[in-house]
Design a protein around this ligand. Structure first.
Ligand SMILES: C[C@@H](O)[C@H](NC(=O)OP(=O)(O)OC[C@H]1O[C@@H](n2cnc3c(N)ncnc32)[C@H](O)[C@@H]1O)C(=O)O
Ligand SMILES: [Fe+2]
Length: 548
């Protein structure tokens, strides 16, 4: 089968032909480059109007007119651009009298890595301009295991470079400038498998200070402002922080799902440092890592044609009348018709291993290695080779200290936690009481979810946030125990409390079969003890469109 793909979500006007017999993909692209600033939706749509017919013509010539289906990006993306590309795709399917396939651009970023790697059921990190999220297949859909709470990763970096006056896109220029840089401290914000860039980007802008207009031009690494840190140092550190955050949450997703395969997708995936960190993390934990070649990472119609072919083969085509574009099309809205209903979430994962009982072999979680010595849990945060040593030392120390403190504060708030026998800060090691018989992930009932809801409400009431309350960080015995407070902190803000609930529900949606009933019981349990404002904020977080 030969499928012609059309891509036009934002900056890249592209058409491609994928041949399923030979597995060859021809791609013709024409990029929009703004004269100044970021992407202007109207200008980008004008570019689409010019370039889409041209790239389609080239692709058609290449295919000698033999096309069995036309696939196009239905969303997410910029409405004006999507409309132009969608109209062209519809017209072409009509003219050729072949079926039309509506593809989700984010799922395409993921599927191209799965296709190329031959992996069965990987976790996928999508690191693109307007998005950043982790996806895992479960119960017939790609579930969002974690994502940015504000801007996409590429857009965050591009905004920083706009502050420097550098032209769009900024990502490759930061990569270049970072080569001469040294480490400076910046904020690092990870909440379970979610993360946020806004604080980090403001701090990076503050660190460089005001950039004189005369210097704000091309994005060379020697730019220095009068009152701030050298630009190359900030670029270097920005990469170290942003990519370590993405690598950490990827590792947590591998742990939570028990998967040992990771694929990368999206334009930021072209960055060598990000790929290096992900590869090193996977190697350290014995997982496989695959990054597609650059032409399949940045926006391109090849990935649309490849997924379009799989969908067409599964009969997943649409009528013209149902082919409206959707600028907010989320990946978890797509019924996955082209895969067997297997699942990445096999539930054998460990996040920090605190849950391991009586094991002779140490177990490696996302966060730490845990073993049992004389009935006592020994939890060591070993250095992570992928992180810059200074960042690594800070995170290991701070998290060890905070974990010990929050475990005891939580107990005072009436929430069962293991006793802390000993804290060794230089070695980032805790000795903890062994609690419970299994993880909540292996004993996930509505009753337990309700009890957990109550415990989180008690924590929040005392101004404590767990930070990572997944089903793997709760132990079940005669009662529930909360463990692994390493991402915890103090806050009385409803947003932070609601994020705890969001993280728990994300871990349930990614792994459990009856997730709706579990989440209902969880929220009931929370409502019985806690503040309604937090549940209202949770609904708001859930409804937030994150395509910025
Ligand atoms: C909705 C859709 O239009 C959007 N696509 C998109 O944003 O284009 P994509 O090609 O996946 O990613 C572009 C981003 O990728 C960044 N980028 C490109 N090369 C980079 C590099 N070497 N290092 C860091 N970032 C890089 C650019 O700065 C830009 O922000 C998306 O997938 O979110
Ligand atoms: Fe993209």
């Amino acid at each position: 089968m030969r499928v012609l793909g059309v891509e036009g979500t934002a900056w890249c006007a592209s058409a491609a032909v994928h041949d399923t017999e030979t597995d060859e993909t021809f791609i013709e692209s024409d990029a929009y480059e703004p004269d100044s600033g970021g992407i202007h939706p109207r200008e980008a749509a004008e570019h689409m109007g010019d370039a889409i017919p041209r790239v389609i013509e080239t692709a058609l010539q290449r295919a000698d007119g033999e096309i069995d289906a036309v696939a196009f990006s239905k969303g997410p993306g910029l409405g004006p651009c999507l409309r132009v590309a969608g109209t062209a795709a519809r017209a072409l399917a009509g003219t050729l009298d072949v079926p039309l396939v509506g593809v989700n651009h984010m799922v395409a970023h993921l599927e191209i890595g799965r296709h190329e790697s031959g992996f069965d059921s990987p976790v996928c990190l999508n690191a693109s301009g307007a998005n950043a999220h982790l996806l895992g297949f479960h119960d017939g859909r790609y579930r969002v295991l974690g994502e940015t709470m504000d801007t996409g990763v590429g857009n965050a970096i591009d905004k920083f470079t706009r502050h420097l006056g550098w032209s769009h896109p900024g990502g490759p220029k930061v990569e270049e400038a970072a080569k001469g840089g040294e480490y400076v401290d910046l904020p690092y914000v990870v909440k379970g498998m979610d993360f946020s860039f806004s604080g980090l980007m403001s701090a990076a802008k503050d660190a460089v200070g005001d950039v004189p207009a005369s210097e704000a031009s091309g994005g060379q690494s020697e730019h220095r402002s009068d009152d701030g840190e050298a630009v190359e140092n900030v670029c270097f550190s920005l990469q170290e922080h942003v990519f370590a955050m993405l690598t950490e949450v990827s590792e947590r997703a591998l742990s939570l799902t028990g998967s040992d395969e990771l694929v990368l997708g999206g334009g930021v995936g072209q960055n060598a440092r990000l790929r290096e960190m992900l590869a090193e993390m996977c190697e350290q934990r014995g997982a496989e890592f695959y990054a597609p070649e650059p032409r399949f990472l940045r926006d391109n119609a090849g990935m649309i044609a490849v997924l379009g072919a799989k969908m067409a083969a599964a009969g997943d085509t649409i009528e013209i009348a149902d082919s409206a574009i959707d600028p907010d099309f989320r990946p978890d809205e797509v019924p996955v018709t082209w895969r067997d209903n297997e699942s990445v979430a096999v539930g054998h994962g460990v996040t920090d291993g605190t849950s391991m009982s009586g094991l002779s072999d140490p177990r490696r979680g996302a966060e730490a290695v845990v073993d049992v010595q004389d009935g006592v849990i020994v939890k060591r945060r070993l250095p992570k080779g992928y992180r810059h040593p200074a960042l690594d030392a800070t995170l290991r120390r701070d998290r060890t200290v905070l974990e010990a403190r929050l475990l005891s504060e939580a107990r005072k708030a009436g929430v069962p936690t293991p006793l802390v026998h000993d804290v060794d800060v230089p070695e980032a090691t805790l000795r903890l009481q062994h609690v419970g018989d299994s993880d909540l992930a292996d004993a996930l009932t509505a009753e337990h979810a309700r009890e957990l809801g109550g415990h989180l409400a008690r924590l929040h009431d005392r101004g404590l946030v767990h930070g990572d309350p997944t089903t793997k960080n709760v132990r079940v015995g005669d009662r529930l125990f909360l463990v692994d407070f390493g991402l915890g902190y103090h806050s009385g803000h409803p947003e932070d409390h609601a994020m705890d609930l969001h993280v728990f529900e994300g871990s349930v949606a990614g792994t459990a079969t009856d997730s709706a009933a579990i989440c209902r019981a969880f929220e009931d349990g929370y409502a019985a003890v806690g503040d309604d404002v937090v549940l209202e904020r949770l609904a708001e977080i859930r409804g937030r469109g994150r395509y910025q």
